[in-house]
Design a protein. Structure first.
Length: 134
């Protein structure tokens, strides 16, 4: 909901501004009621104002989701995407020196996917079962 309200709201604010400029709307005027030739553009400005309020209100959804996820959301596992590279062999959050004082031994390349004979769809770089140490 946040993405779509922000996406559509942003277009609803700024696309009419291009039309206003082509219609002769002057910049930096606080009141357009004095200019008779711009009276027909006032409803468009009102629409842009409502779109701006809706777009700003959509950010409340983002802030609520951010804090809800931060405090009540599920914690990510050590390797949530089953990535094969070394940075995913550390704990979450990673310790100060990343690998707890042990240098990892690399046995496979970083992108070992669909390897025949592997028990999973991917092989970690630190998995010694299919590769040779590099």
């Amino acid at each position: 909901a946040h993405f779509w309200l922000t996406f559509i709201g942003t277009y609803a604010i700024f696309m009419p501004m291009h039309y206003l400029g082509m219609a002769g709307h002057p910049r930096r005027y606080s009141q357009l009621t004095e200019l008779a030739y711009l009276h027909n553009l006032i409803p468009l400005q009102t629409f842009m104002t409502y779109a701006a309020f809706i777009t700003i209100g959509a950010q409340i959804i983002f802030v609520i989701n951010l804090f809800w996820s931060m405090f009540k959301g599920t914690k990510a596992t050590d390797n949530p995407w089953d990535a094969t590279t070394l940075e995913w062999t550390t704990a979450t959050p990673p310790p100060h020196d990343n690998f707890n004082g042990q240098t990892p031994v690399v046995h496979n390349g970083p992108y070992e996917y669909g390897v025949p004979g592997a028990s999973r769809d991917f092989v970690m770089q630190t998995d010694p079962s299919l590769g040779t140490a590099h």
